[in-house]
Design a protein around this ligand. Structure first.
Ligand code: NAD
Ligand code: DAU
Length: 350
């Protein structure tokens, strides 16, 4: 069946992989990428598919109701995959209101405009909200996040994402809008902005700069290759139950320090360095405020009900990721130099 899909945040890290997957795998679907191009949005991420006949980019802000209304009408959108967000926890600690604006107000605006545009005719419609495991809070040394784990967000980022999840469910219960939510663990892979742990460390190893590890490096994250997240989104969009939530993760827990040591080892091998060279860059720094100790997703429901499993092991995914960064040093240079932000300003005027 033909679909007209609006993907918000499609120039970002995960969004670009979702856009590529849908444009490539579903030539009958019209894919509209709606993104305001913040520092994290980069059209280079999807340069390979930008000329596809089933793809259009529209620069716009999800908080701008008129712009959202226009794009829904112009492209007769029946499906929304909502990824646009402020996504970096450390930035949310220094500027919480930016996160409330985009993640809460932006999601509310998108929901409200979809409700107005669909006007109660929900046949063939879907609002798919992409969220995070951080809404569940922080685990101790054991246990997992399940779909029915109570929300307990502890950073401005996770609180703003929890707020957006609640709004999505409110539109389901109150207006019967067809919605689905997925809550995913930490992603890694190509096109990850080098402010997050893995790409920051790759970039710093390449530039022989210190690798900042917060606290003692004992915090645990559950890592999933971004292409596997995109495949989970595909499966949930097509087979997920309306009004349900699905946890997405790869049962792949690492303490930050063990992860960075593995990364250093792989980087040394690939760069032809003497063993142990990159590890010398590790530097323990002041801990993140309110730093969640451990995240771990139980993705059994997604496996048992929809048949989704990750396609790569962590070692394979990390190796592919490093290779991508080594082959795309220009990309790293561009996004760290700010040149691309100036380029978009010259293209779009703002
Ligand atoms: P990202 O920061 O790389 O990209 C966000 C994108 O949204 C950018 O292209 C940016 O330009 C765009 N954007 C920001 N504000 C906007 C606005 N007001 N209007 C339109 N576009 C706007 O983020 P990401 O890491 O790709 O995350 C995508 C989504 O997935 C987010 O909702 C995030 O909460 C969620 N998520 C991320 C992870 C992860 O590990 N990165 C894990 C689980 C869930
Ligand atoms: O769990 C899903 C979430 O994962 C997503 O919702 C977020 O959008 C995404 O940014 C990510 O959040 P984290 O805070 O877990 O990711 P980050 O890469 O910022 O940090 C990973 C871990 O590494 C965390 O314990 C903090 C630590 N860290 C991070 C940075 C940037 C360091 O020790 N040093 C660093 O320099």
């Amino acid at each position: 069946m033909n679909k007209h899909i609006l993907i918000t945040g499609g120039a970002g890290f995960i969004g670009s992989h979702v856009v590529r997957r849908f444009v490539t795998n579903y030539p009958d679907y019209q894919i509209v990428n709606f993104d305001t191009l913040t520092y994290a949005g980069n059209l280079e991420n999807i340069k390979d598919i930008e000329k596809s006949s089933n793809y259009t980019f529209v620069k716009g802000d999800i908080c701008d109701a008129a712009a959202v209304e226009k794009v829904l009408h112009d492209f007769q959108i029946d499906t929304i995959i909502h990824l646009a967000a402020e996504s970096h926890v450390d930035r949310s600690i220094t500027d919480p209101l930016a996160f409330v604006r985009t993640n809460v107000l932006g999601t509310a605006t998108l929901l409200n405009e979809a409700k107005k545009y669909w006007n109660g005719n929900y046949d063939g419609k879907l609002f798919y909200h992409v969220s995070t495991d951080e809404v569940y809070g922080s685990l101790g040394e054991t246990g997992f996040f399940y779909e029915d784990t109570s929300y307990d967000p502890r950073s401005p980022y996770s609180a703003s994402k929890a707020g957006s999840d609640h709004l999505v469910m409110a539109f389901y219960h109150t207006y019967h809008m067809p919605v689905v939510i997925s809550n995913c663990s930490n992603n890694y892979g190509p096109n990850h902005f080098p402010e997050k742990l893995i790409p920051l460390s790759i970039n710093n190893i390449l530039n022989k700069k210190a690798l900042p590890i917060y606290g003692k490096g004992e915090n645990v994250r559950d890592w999933l290759y971004v292409i596997d997240h995109a495949s989970a989104i595909d499966v949930i969009l097509h087979k997920g139950k309306i009004g349900d939530t699905y946890n997405v993760g790869g049962h792949n827990e690492w303490t930050n320090i063990d992860l960075i040591k593995l990364l250093c080892k792989l980087m040394d091998e690939k760069l032809g360095n003497a063993a142990g060279i990159s590890e010398q860059l590790i530097s323990f720094v002041k801990d993140r405020a309110g730093h969640d100790l451990r995240y771990a997703i139980d993705a059994t429901k997604l496996k048992d009900e929809l048949g989704w499993v990750p396609s790569v092991t962590f070692e394979e995914g990390l190796s592919k990721t490093i290779d991508w960064y080594l082959e795309n040093k220009d990309w790293l240079e561009q996004v760290t130099s700010g040149n691309y932000v100036n380029y978009y300003k010259s293209l779009y005027g703002a």
